[in-house]
Design a protein around this ligand. Structure first.
Ligand SMILES: NC(=O)c1ccc[n+]([C@@H]2O[C@H](COP(=O)([O-])OP(=O)(O)OC[C@H]3O[C@@H](n4cnc5c(N)ncnc54)[C@H](OP(=O)(O)O)[C@@H]3O)[C@@H](O)[C@H]2O)c1
Length: 282
């Protein structure tokens, strides 16, 4: 029987999830459709009921619904519980389970580009120092996943209170985290990993400050993938840092969601090809 999946959010027009998931179904010969729906916050409950009535097997959830959808679900996986946010819903005989693959998706994306820096099961990650710029929804999932891997975190945000809140959450869950306002400092030269999670750079604009003094051995990640290379990444590269954009994070959160729905290994290479083609065609 044909399976049905979707992504809901607002806005949703630029989502690459359909391209990636359709490529995965095609590669595996699975009869399934993946659609995208713009759902305004005030219609979220009706949209969830509608998806269930229409027989959807699951869907992805993006901004601004990742937290607001929780009251409409029956249960959460430990990952969603921990993040306090849901990016994937699975429907089993009418029961809705919320899951979160964002944090692990990020960790997987950097594992591919590092030799042990934040490698999951790798004890070498312990004691490594990661700096997270931003304290929004994406930063939260990433911070919790990195803390789980044993990295020490320093979280910086324009609204310092949100950095403090996120550092508190990490500590409450057994991790190590300090926080500060988003300004340059000694952390630039000390960080082993720097993750840029603010929306600064999405429109091609310069970052908020110069990266002069950055540790040239640091891995520097900007989770933005459009543009493919933000000015932030360009500057980090000019200091000799290894750099990575957010397309790998998008891929791996999708791979993990697909595997959660289908219960089998996702065709990662085909999903990656579909994503890179779609971005190149932008
Ligand atoms: N690669 C992926 O798969 C992936 C996944 C999710 C998100 N993203 C990207 O990640 C970025 C953030 O998404 P999100 O969901 O975390 O959004 P969010 O919850 O709205 O958080 C936005 C963050 O950006 C900061 N910010 C915004 N404008 C700023 C400015 N002018 N100066 C300094 N800080 C500023 C905010 O600081 P304040 O708290 O001070 O407002 C906050 O920390 C977006 O670019 C999004 O496209 C990528």
């Amino acid at each position: 029987m044909e399976k049905h999946f979707a992504v809901i959010g607002d806005p949703i027009g630029h989502s690459l999830s359909p391209v990636m998931h359709r490529a995965a179904f095609k590669a595996k010969g699975i009869e399934a459709e993946y659609q995208r729906f713009r759902v305004s916050p005030e219609r979220l409950k009706e949209a969830v009921e509608g998806l269930v009535s229409l027989g959807f097997d699951g869907w992805n959830v993006t901004l601004p619904h990742k937290e607001k959808i929780i009251p409409f679900l029956h249960e959460l996986t430990p990952e969603a519980e921990k993040a306090g946010a849901v990016n994937t819903v699975r429907v089993d005989h009418g029961k809705l389970t919320g899951h979160n693959t964002d944090g692990l998706g990020f960790v997987r994306s950097i594992e591919e580009d590092t030799s042990g820096l934040a490698a999951g099961k790798d004890s070498r990650s312990h004691g490594k120092y990661a700096v997270i710029l931003g304290a929004g929804g994406a930063a939260k999932g990433i911070a919790l996943a990195l803390a789980d891997r044993g990295l020490k975190l320093h979280i910086l945000n324009r609204t310092a209170g949100k950095a403090e809140e996120l550092a508190g959450l990490v500590r409450a869950r057994g991790g190590e985290a300090s926080w500060a306002e988003l300004v340059p400092g000694a952390w630039l030269g000390q960080a082993d990993l720097i993750v840029q999670t603010t929306s600064v750079g999405l429109k091609g604009e310069k970052f908020l400050f110069s990266l002069q003094g950055i540790n040239p051995r640091a891995l520097v990640v900007d989770i933005i993938f459009r543009p493919a290379e933000t000015l932030f990444l360009k500057e980090a590269k000019s200091y000799g840092c290894r750099t990575l954009n957010g397309l790998g994070m998008l891929l791996h959160q999708g791979v993990l969601a697909w595997e959660y729905w289908l219960g089998e290994q996702a065709p990662v290479a085909e999903m990656w090809t579909a994503l890179t083609k779609a971005v190149a065609a932008d």
